[in-house]
Design a protein around this ligand. Sequence first.
Ligand code: CO
Length: 333
Amino acid sequence: MWQSAYVSSYWRNGPVLNNALSGLNQALWDIKGKRANMPVYQLLGGKVRFAIPCYIHANGNSPEEVAEDVQNFMGQGYKYIRIQQGGYGGTGISGTPDFKQAGFAKETDSYMSQGTYLESVPKMFETVRKACGEEIELLHDIHERVSPIDAIGMIKNLEEYHPFFIEDPFSPENMEWFEQLRANTTVPIAMGELFNNINEFKEPMTKHWFDFIRIHVSQIGGITPAMKVARLGEFYGIQTAWHGPGDVSPVGHAAQAHMDYALWNFGIQEAALFSDELREIFPGAPTMDNGYMSVNEAPGFGVDINEKLAAKYPMTTKSNWTVRKDDGTIIRP
Ligand code: CO
């Protein structure tokens, strides 16, 4: 049980062995910290910063709604905000797609018009910049949902709004497109949440293909391999931006936060907001204040697990990430 609590359930169901090894590696760092009577960040070299700057997710069905959400988060102190219109590209399309009318696929499958998406993103950036000013750092996730050449064209159009980074322009199978992307634009790029092996980072990093490392720590093998890639980034001017979606447990977020404290080439952290129930189950979970994440000073990760209480909340149904074109063809999640 103690190992499994370190393993975050990951919606893309990364290789089970990787997840188990990652959980074990994180557990060993936690235990080492407890035995040394030190927080894990001390074992990694100590604090480089007082707290961890995070980016939060703003959303909306129109550019104006996204801008409003951004302003709301700016009011809470956030300086880095990811902007998505209609989640990952399902932007303001009314009516029933043809595949649903034909009774093809599941009723809960989502629909995306890639053309509408490519048009809508620069408009969203323009609206948000106008409404929210030049100082706020804006991020966006393409989620590898359009063809590589279209992604490059869109990123070029975003240059004038100077994004902090654009994430996942291509899937891991399309890495060779980075050469063309880098020759065409200087917009910073984040990549790597789908990599399952640290060797996948080596070639693209030595070629300067991206600027932010999006490792999913509880999928890549835990703290030890993640630190190796982070150190490589230091040599190549590449910063960290660990993947921190809502389905990573508070233990997983704490593991990432301890590295964030200690890494000189830390770039940004995806924010984690925990419900009251989660905080009760995981006492000592990282906290958010004024756009910064913090962990406590207890030895190890500083997070505990109330297994009895956790048993009261069994896993419910998984969300459906299937996205389709108008004719029903599946698009990458
Ligand atoms: Co992503």
